[in-house]
Design a protein around this ligand. Sequence first.
Ligand SMILES: *[C@@H]1O[C@H](CO)[C@@H](O)[C@H](O)[C@H]1NC(C)=O
Ligand SMILES: *[C@@H]1O[C@H](CO)[C@@H](O)[C@H](O)[C@H]1NC(C)=O
Ligand SMILES: *[C@@H]1O[C@H](CO)[C@@H](O)[C@H](O)[C@H]1NC(C)=O
Length: 265
Amino acid sequence: MNSLLSSAFVAFLAATSMASPVAVVPRADAASSTSAASAPTFKPLSPAEIKALQTELLLAPSYKDKEQVLFPPNNGGSANNVSFQFVPNNGPRPQDGSIIVGSVDSIPGLIGTNVAAAIGFIGPCGLNVPHLHPRGNEFLTVVNGTLIGAFLLEEDGAFVGDIPQVSMTLTNFTGMLFPQGHIHWQFNPTCEEAVFSAAFDSSDEGRFQIAQTFFSSMPDNVLTTSLGNPTFLGPSQIDQLRGIIPSQFVVLVDSCAQACGIKTA
Ligand SMILES: *[C@@H]1O[C@H](CO)[C@@H](O)[C@H](O)[C@H]1NC(C)=O
Ligand SMILES: *[C@@H]1O[C@H](CO)[C@@H](O)[C@H](O)[C@H]1NC(C)=O
Ligand SMILES: *[C@@H]1O[C@H](CO)[C@@H](O)[C@H](O)[C@H]1NC(C)=O
């Protein structure tokens, strides 16, 4: 600023502060200012607040109505009701094998949108077991480490062998589509943790674990018949299988764990 301009500016400031001295006093609701430096920080909702917000949003017919619920006047201009912190401050870092999902269950503000998201921490040799999302396409991007992503194609015609599978090594911010309803998995083939960020085109994408779901079919002869009645798989073997199918989303692949020197139980 040259000196002529700057002295004009000082004169302008003096004039305006004389004309309206209150203008320079910070307003009590300064927090509602839209400047990035003063934007609110995220406060997690309690389970009761989540339930209440879900109910109110479901009773709001248009998206404009929903906005009245989400951003009431005098809320300080906060986007808290449409925000979510996947990993809490000062909490323990999520354990390997954790997948934190932000969907209508945790972010009621997603009601009326077709959006959900997840952050996953897949430890060395971790397998996000074969599963599918009944209501959403997924686009998963690896933000640290490496994952192999794979899914099975839609079967066309009679089963004549393996259903074709497509796969990709995902590293260095590479992402991949996992189409809605398709059986898929991700495997970390390295000895270092991998972290992913996933987006869904449904606010309620859901998840079926394939082995758990299939082997829950009753009665047993539904299973044995659909498997071709193998002589080595009777009711007692099916019971054994049911007892060992993991319920966790992510399990360790033994052969990889050995190579990485990870002790398995
Ligand atoms: C979130 O929504 C609830 C329900 O309308 C409201 O009471 C609360 O003030 C909102 N929170 C913020 C930070 O806007
Ligand atoms: C990932 O990025 C690093 C650094 O740019 C590079 O050295 C490495 O080759 C990349 N890996 C793959 C698989 O592209
Ligand atoms: C990425 O992974 C490497 C190896 O596990 C780790 O040392 C690094 O801290 C990770 N980076 C971030 C941002 O988490």
